[in-house]
Write a protein that binds this ligand. Sequence first.
Ligand code: DQA
Length: 146
Amino acid sequence: MSKKILVIHGPNLDQLGKREIDVYGQTTLKDIDQALEEKAKFLGVEIKAVQLSGEGEICKEVGSAKENGFAAILINPAAYTHYSVAVRDAVVGAQLPTVEVHLSNIYAREEFRHKSVIAPVATGQISGFGLNSYLLGLEAVVNLIS
Ligand code: DQA
């Protein structure tokens, strides 16, 4: 049976395509999920992608990932990246390989975005490649569980 990877898109990522086009481009969340589906097929894994706006919802999903049969997590925590100790604690508790991704290069933006409270407890972080951040992230998690 193929391994399952949980993909979590944080708050406001449902607005991609119409939100800050100068930063995020015209790619929509649907485009990202379609590209991930194709890549997952190619890599021989299964993905479940969810967009969650609430911090608590993300914590619940991350916290139950293992018991729900997921082998790894790919997450764009969006704004929570920069301050959510709750999401960070959930990632620690999940005890699963976790890759953090960002469409934009958070280190080239406002200073408050330079810090990720999640990255130190994630397996790694990929930032700044647009839709490709997700595809590279998927490749990275698949490597971790293969
Ligand atoms: C983001 C970067 C965050 O700073 C921002 O709050 C987002 C998107 C990205 O993918 O580049 O919502 O995570």
